[in-house]
Design a protein around this ligand. Structure first.
Ligand code: F6P
Length: 548
């Protein structure tokens, strides 16, 4: 029996759920107050600060008591969360709707450790692919691998979308201080021609290499951009030579070869690595190109640190706790969203990456057994970088009518490459101070009753502060795995499949039908039944506008 069977039962019908609902009502009726909780228990900040790897996580400003945490852990036990994680780590086909294992953790498993799924140890294939990536990157960075006209490669353009772009682009930006080797990396995802135009701006095809990343090698945006890039390269180099400037990362090798990628230039990923969890696979080839093999390995090691923390069991698991806190707010407080605010310029893409991880994973309404889930699932994730966000949306966080639990991420030291700039230490301290101040202001509000209600901040608004010493490859890996695991744990509580994404398919099919009409240049007639009336109306207006 898969542990998913346990999770497939209706968690909202359990006594554990009812106990939490009762407890939430009591806290809400009693006006649970962060200031009072803090005053009553001077040890609270210490007791409610956990470590996982190098991450220090302060969750003392949450609307929880010791009882809440006990009840949440009991809920997780009833939902079979630990067993489900064990099944995932053990290579069982926990992605039941696609009939696949979910083994992104195998990408960062200790060297030599067997990871068996479907009776096959996948560890040797992963090690071999990491080795191929390393050899490729070494050759590229040393200039041994050159373009068709024997010029060295100066720019790598990653063409991919969703999980084939968000994680790698985020890591590339986050680890700017660790870039070396002189090869610039760019990321192109959108089918909007402006995206590729920006990606190619100023480049010479003879010195440019394209990495086409697509697990399925069927994604319209990626294939359209890859074709356009090939045409661009071929216009200077000729079609055959342009082929030498393309490599692919895919689980669909035949499709990549059919597209025209040389078989030796195809790097493998596998159907048991979900796109949004694929940063540690060859999907990270551009990142490895930018930061080098050792730093890439350090990022994987950072992820492994958190995997090991999780594997040690649920009682002290901080991703488990954070996942449960989001269940607490979503299901028992009715909070709909979660703001993620890194106080780190270079983590500015972190919320964007996390949106796919959480919302594509847990934006589901059907349980594993096919029945409606019966409660709210994934929160809406949004955010932006601090301190900029303080001057845009924090007003709503402090005084708006909706409560938004917030995650603040902050580093104790400035990025290594900027730490020596004049005044950098002071500015970094100001950055950290702003982060701490926001968490305090949200929790405790204006200190004394203000005469003017317009100036009053109610406080009592929850937040987590995640702190790390410095934004190193290892720390980034730890942050990534911290959020990946929370996401999986949330989904396990709700008894949903966090690993499929059927919700995105209908739009793709409809777009295909519409693009056919647009390209045929035929305005739909009244009797046309291919499109709904509103789409037909839009098409008619579009035709008129397009003609000018
Ligand atoms: O948005 C749907 C999706 O399938 C994502 O899950 C995935 O990350 C993205 O498209 C790209 O898919 P592929 O890597 O197959 O091109």
């Amino acid at each position: 029996m898969l542990p998913s069977d346990a999770a497939a039962s209706d968690i909202t019908a359990t006594s554990e759920w009812a106990a939490l609902a009762r407890h939430a009502r009591e806290l809400q009726a009693g006006g649970v107050d962060l200031a009072a909780l803090s005053e009553a228990d001077p040890d609270r900040p210490g007791r409610c600060t956990s470590t996982a790897g190098q991450l220090v996580i302060d969750w003392s400003r949450h609307l929880v008591t010791d009882t809440t945490v006990e009840l949440l852990l009991a809920l997780a036990e009833r939902a079979g969360v630990a067993a489900r994680i064990e099944a995932m780590l053990g290579g069982e086909p926990v992605n039941v709707t696609d009939g696949r294992a979910v083994l992104h953790t195998a990408l960062r498993a200790p060297a030599g450790e067997a990871v068996v799924t479907g009776g096959v140890d996948v560890a040797p294939a992963i090690a071999a692919e990491h080795e191929r990536m390393g050899a490729f990157v070494r050759a590229l960075r040393s200039g041994e691998r050159r373009g068709a006209t024997d010029l060295p490669i100066r720019t790598v353009v990653n063409i991919g979308i969703g999980g084939s772009q968000l994680g790698p682009a985020m890591a590339h930006e986050a680890l700017a201080a660790f870039r070396s080797g002189g090869i610039e990396c760019r990321f192109v995802s959108n089918i909007d021609p402006a995206a590729l135009a920006a990606g190619l701006d100023g480049l010479d095809p003879a010195e440019t290499l394209f990495i086409v990343v697509s697990k399925g090698f069927a994604t319209a945006e990626t294939l359209a951009n890859a074709r356009a890039a090939r045409t661009w390269a071929a216009s200077v180099l000729g079609l055959k030579a342009a082929g030498q400037h393309f490599v692919a990362v895919t689980a669909s090798r035949d499709e990549a070869v059919e597209f025209g990628i040389e078989p030796d230039n195809v790097f493998a990923t596998w159907d048991w690595v979900g796109g949004r969890f694929s940063m540690g696979s060859a999907a990270g080839l551009a990142v490895m190109t930018a930061i080098g093999e050792e730093n890439f390995a350090a990022m994987l090691a950072g992820m492994r640190t958190i995997d090991e923390h999780v594997a040690a069991g649920p009682a002290a698991s901080i991703p488990m706790l954070l996942g449960l806190l989001s269940v607490w707010y979503r299901n028992f407080w009715g909070f709909q969203t979660r703001a993620v605010v890194p106080y780190s310029e270079r983590l500015r893409l972190f919320p964007v990456w996390l949106q796919q991880v959480i919302m594509e994973s847990n934006g589901k309404r059907i349980r594993l057994d096919g029945s409606p889930v019966g409660c709210e699932t994934a929160e809406i994730v949004w955010g932006g970088v601090g301190t900029d966000s303080q001057h845009s949306f924090h007003q709503l966080l402090h005084q708006g009518t909706t409560v938004v639990p917030a995650d603040f991420i902050v580093l104790a030291r400035a990025d290594a490459d900027v730490a020596g700039l004049p005044g950098a230490a002071e500015r970094h301290e100001a950055l950290v101070a702003n982060c701490f101040a926001q968490a305090a202001a949200l929790a405790f509000g204006t200190p004394a009753a203000e005469d003017d209600p317009h100036r009053e901040l109610p406080g009592n608004r929850p937040s987590t502060v995640v702190m790390a010493p410095e934004l190193t490859p290892s720390v980034l890996g730890q942050l990534v795995a911290l959020y990946e695991h929370q996401t999986v744990m949330q989904g396990a509580v709700w008894g949903i499949n966090s690993f499929d994404q059927f919700g995105v398919e209908l739009g793709k099919t409809l777009a295909d039908a519409i693009v056919d009409d647009l390209q045929a240049g035929t305005a739909p007639t009244d009797t046309d039944t291919d499109h709904d009336p509103s789409t037909k109306s839009l098409l008619a207006h579009y035709e008129r506008l397009r003609e000018g």
